[in-house]
Write a protein that binds this ligand. Structure first.
Ligand SMILES: Cc1cc2nc3c(=O)[nH]c(=O)nc-3n(C[C@H](O)[C@H](O)[C@H](O)COP(=O)(O)O)c2cc1C
Length: 102
């Protein structure tokens, strides 16, 4: 079994990374392999509701990591998302990724 962990923070080695490593330890102890991927600090497109993903299985925006995340998710059994709280909500980049993945 494999879990994909998406870190929504712009900080590669910030608090969310520490939290995800802790989750990873517990996954490993329970026989679950995992991979942590990060959204990073570069801009992430929001969904523009063009519908092309329903035809091609891919987002039209290929210059951010969302299509890569979708490929990794398809090869995983579970998804865990981790996001810093920004003003009581997930950060904007994580919301954009989730809206495009689902
Ligand atoms: C713009 C901004 C807004 C934030 N809003 C909240 C908040 O509403 N509640 C909270 O508990 N922390 C808030 N924080 C703190 C972050 O969620 C917290 O520092 C988080 O652990 C950062 O994760 P990172 O180091 O992986 O980027 C905010 C931080 C920033 C930069």
């Amino acid at each position: 079994m494999k879990a994909l962990l998406i870190n929504g923070s712009a900080h590669a080695n910030g608090n969310m990374r520490i939290a995800m490593e802790e989750v990873g330890k517990t996954l490993k102890e329970n026989g679950v392999n995992y991979e942590i991927v990060g959204i990073g600090a570069k801009p992430v497109h929001g969904c523009i509701a063009c519908g092309r993903c329903r035809e091609t299985g891919r987002c039209v925006f290929d210059d951010d990591p969302c299509n890569l995340f979708a490929e990794k998710l398809a090869a995983s059994d579970a998804l865990i998302v981790g996001t810093p709280t920004y003003y009581g909500q997930p950060n904007g980049a994580m919301l954009a990724v989730m809206q495009r993945l689902f």
